[in-house]
Design a protein around this ligand. Sequence first.
Ligand code: SER
Length: 317
Amino acid sequence: MNKILITGACGQLGSELTEELRKRHGNDYVIASDISEPKSSLSTGPFEHLDVLDRDRIEEIVDKHNIGTVYHLAALLSATAEKNIHFAWKLNMDGLLNILNTAREKSLERVFWPSSIAVFGPDAQKVKTPQTAACNPTTVYGISKLAGEQWCAYYHNKFGVDVRSLRYPGLIGYKSMPGGGTTDYAVDIYHKALEGEPFHCFLEKESALPMMYMADAVKATIDLMEAPSENITIRTSYNVSAISFSPEEIAAAISGQLEGFEITYTPDHRQAIADSWPDSIDDTPARTDWGWEPSFDLESMTDDMLKNLSAMLKEDE
Ligand code: SER
């Protein structure tokens, strides 16, 4: 079997995807890579240092490990990208094009690339935003994701590269922290709640956003990648939806399980980003084409997060 390469494997999604794919295919078949030093959880299998802007290094790793599939996750998220717009564009675009060109030239079997709800802007329908809603993003991150989607479709149509993509909502998990996103508050809030500290939210209390529990995100990604090619009718990127909630609603879900939890609201520059995004997403094509269905709602996610995170925090003590 050809092996799997994951870029950005130290990130929030990368570390969990590496773990799950190693469980399914064996540790040696999944090569984790990142520009950062490897996290201890990645020590179960091979790791390569990789800057995705270095095309030669990508090809060297692909040849060395006989790579057939790439999950290309290395990128800057929305809030960080707004602070460094030119580097964000370079990393998010050139990184993707380096992977797509490598896939084309080396006839790789499959590529996964994450897009985001950030492709939508203020003129898209806010509630249950359809797959085909207008995509006029107002963030550099959103512009890079929208352009990336078009590059994926182009490389598929012109060169036959089997690249597949999901428009992720905010991702929430207990094993790793997100970095630089607008939806990050929904992970941090659980940490503060368990540490017994009040949570200072950088979004307004009624600011609803689409979100997804990590177990569902990993499942959606692998299900999409394992679907037969003929089922994939969308070669830009699929809407995928699971939960939608506001800071006030997630706080209420936590308060239901943890007495005395307190939250305050001080919106900062990330509020404008959140305001430009949908409240919730319609994902009918993903459900029809490859059977997508989420398992976690706000209650069951909160239950699982608090249980696992408190066990982890106790282990660290
Ligand atoms: N979670 C991402 C962000 O906030 C959205 O794709 O940037």
